[in-house]
Design a protein around this ligand. Structure first.
Ligand code: SF4
Length: 73
């Protein structure tokens, strides 16, 4: 089983903070510019659902989840 992994595009990020609020173990915001910081590019299963939710919530489409998605069959 391959591990899902995340990438973020700081060029697109608008600093809305939805990701850091939704999955604080996976995302943080830069204290200087408010842009996303990816803490865990390969989140453990325990954080995977929240990370996936953050992908959907990001208003800028700046987060991409690569690899298998939970729930796909
Ligand atoms: S939710 Fe999207 S736009 Fe907002 S801080 Fe996170 S990556 Fe940036």
């Amino acid at each position: 089983m391959s591990t899902p992994h995340l990438s973020v595009d700081r060029e697109r990020c608008i600093g809305a903070g939805m990701c850091a609020m939704t999955a604080p173990s996976v995302f943080d915001q830069d204290p200087d510019d408010g842009l996303v910081i990816l803490l865990r590019p390969e989140p453990a299963a325990a954080h995977g659902a929240a990370a996936q939710m953050a992908v959907g919530l990001c208003p800028a489409g700046a987060i991409t989840l690569h690899g298998p998605k939970a729930g796909s069959s």
